[in-house]
Design a protein around this ligand. Structure first.
Ligand code: SAH
Ligand code: SF4
Ligand code: F3S
Length: 471
């Protein structure tokens, strides 16, 4: 649904912001700090879009801004701790600048216990809202800008929805990059992997209509975007529950037909729902990148069952091999959790066996984090910390050795790089990405940003390449 009230609310916010700016003799500034996944990064672009259209100007200094929004993650406890660290610093600043507005939104805000902690221990926060009512941000912004009480008991505006079946279209967005963008194709998750809090904080799976998705991609292409990343917790189940009859593979074909888009990525693919049709579409496509992120989580069939993942070790290996056989040069990356309740050293050996058989091009390795309310949180046999640490180190070494080995396979070849930035360490270099998601640094200047350039991959430095432009 589109919501015409959004525009009205943004113009209301704008008149308050303009009035204040005039009084102060300067523009009001904003900062949005984002934790977590690509989904949150995209949501933050929407928050920034609303703030810019309301008349705020961006500052990269979180502690200096007039309004700071923390878009939070709660997938592992360290994500929560990171937020509390930032809030600690900003609370000290707010004591000297009581007009500063501090907002907390996103996945952590959806969790009741975390929210209570905010209300009691971080009561200087002004605004709390969640994932389901992100589109209410313009309205809440007006409220927080015009409220009577700015400190003390009762000043916090906290609005959380427990769930939603709505999808609100057309929030303005301020993209982090001019040439690439995430595009939500679905929200929420129905899988309830036993360790995971995402279904609780993001709600049930909802797909956007293909028409809305394609319209958005056409608008992005017209605005100079070359690469898009289709976003969802489980893109392979796209289309379920929609009136139209459409699968993820069919959606990709529609996206492929949009002129101006040169690269298509997607994230994340759940192994249990990956279809042969998807492999077929990927293998014949000129635009879909040669990269698939296919979270394994564990290589032990017993642990996978306890995780409620819906596949066995052998099924995963067969699937990965099929993908490698049918799609040339494909990079397969993954997520692995170490220390799930009941995991033994032998289970971890199985995980390492899968790493060696599938030959992952990259992997994020996480230590299991107990999330209140999930099924795994009440499982017996939580693994002792020292055992987890030793196994984590074994898995990490295995994935790192494997990624270096895989990356070196393309040394000497000439491949297309989409240039993303000037290199931070050495300004004579630019940094970009291959279709398979590897980073490449090569001599060049800012004028190349956003362009796709053929580059000779001269030297593999482990997880990235040094290259030279092929003229
Ligand atoms: N929907 C995606 C993953 C989203 S969360 C998928 O299923 O592939 C990103 C990653 O965080 C997961 O793949 C998992 O490896 C990790 N993760 C999720 N919950 C976790 C927990 N409780 N402890 C440690 N890692 C976790
Ligand atoms: Fe979490 Fe599993 Fe859903 Fe991914 S598929 S978000 S890991 S419950
Ligand atoms: Fe974190 Fe929420 Fe993403 S919990 S990983 S930001 S969906």
């Amino acid at each position: 649904m589109t919501d015409s009230r959004l525009t009205d609310q943004i113009s209301q916010a704008r008149s308050v912001v303009d009035e204040r700016s005039e009084k102060l003799g300067r523009k009001l500034s904003y900062h949005v700090t984002t934790f977590g996944c690509q989904m949150n990064a995209r949501d933050s672009e929407k928050l920034k879009g609303v703030l810019e259209e309301s008349g705020f100007v961006y500052t990269d200094d979180e502690l200096d801004a007039d309004i700071v929004i923390f878009n939070t993650c709660t997938v592992r406890d360290n994500a929560n701790q990171k937020l509390y660290g930032h809030l600690g610093s900003i609370g000290a600043v707010k004591r000297t600048r009581p007009d500063m507005i501090i907002g907390v939104c996103g996945c952590l805000a959806q969790e009741q216990s975390a929210r209570e902690k905010l209300l009691t221990s971080y009561s200087f926060v002004d605004l709390i809202f969640g994932t389901h009512n992100l589109f209410e941000f313009p309205k809440l912004l007006v409220e927080v800008l015009t409220r009577e009480k700015t400190t003390g008991k009762g000043h916090i505006i906290s609005q959380i929805w427990d769930s939603t079946d709505r999808i609100v279209e057309d929030m303005p967005a301020k993209r982090n990059y001019s040439f690439k963008s995430g595009v939500n194709i679905m929200f929420g998750c129905n899988n309830f992997c036993s360790y995971c809090i995402v279904p609780y904080v993001r709600g049930r799976e909802r797909s956007r209509s293909s028409e809305d998705i394609i319209n958005e991609i056409e608008r992005l292409a017209a605005d100079g975007v070359k690469e898009i990343m289709l976003l969802g917790q489980n893109v392979n189940s796209y289309g379920r529950g929609l009136d139209e009859d459409i699968t993820f593979a069919q959606l990709l074909e529609k996206v492929e037909a949009v002129c101006g888009i040169d690269r298509i990525r997607f994230m994340t693919s759940h192994p249990k729902d990956l279809s042969d049709d998807l492999i077929e579409v990927m293998s014949t496509s000129d635009k879909i990148c040669r990269h698939i992120h296919l979270p394994l989580q564990s290589g032990s069939t017993g642990i996978l069952k306890a995780m409620n993942r819906g596949y066995t070790k052998e099924q995963y290996i067969d699937l990965a091999q099929k993908i490698r056989e049918r799609i040339s040069d494909i990079a397969i990356t993954t997520d692995i959790i170490v220390g799930f309740p009941g995991e033994t050293d032998e289970d971890v050996d199985e995980t390492i066996d899968v790493i060696e058989k599938v030959q992952f091009d990259g992997a994020f390795t996480f230590i299991y984090s107990k999330r209140t309310g999930t099924v795994a949180a009440s499982m017996p046999c939580q693994v002792p910390k020292d055992v987890v640490k030793a196994n984590f180190d074994r898995v990490l070494k295995s994935v790192q050795d494997m990624s270096v080995k895989r990356a070196s396979l393309i040394e000497g070849r000439v491949m297309d790089v989409l240039v993303e930035d000037i290199n931070r360490q050495d300004e004579s270099l630019v940094t970009g990405r291959l279709s398979n998601n590897l980073n490449v640094h090569f001599p060049g200047d800012g004028s190349l940003i956003g362009q796709i350039i053929p580059v000779k991959l001269k030297q593999c430095k482990g997880f990235y390449y040094l290259g030279e432009r092929e003229l």
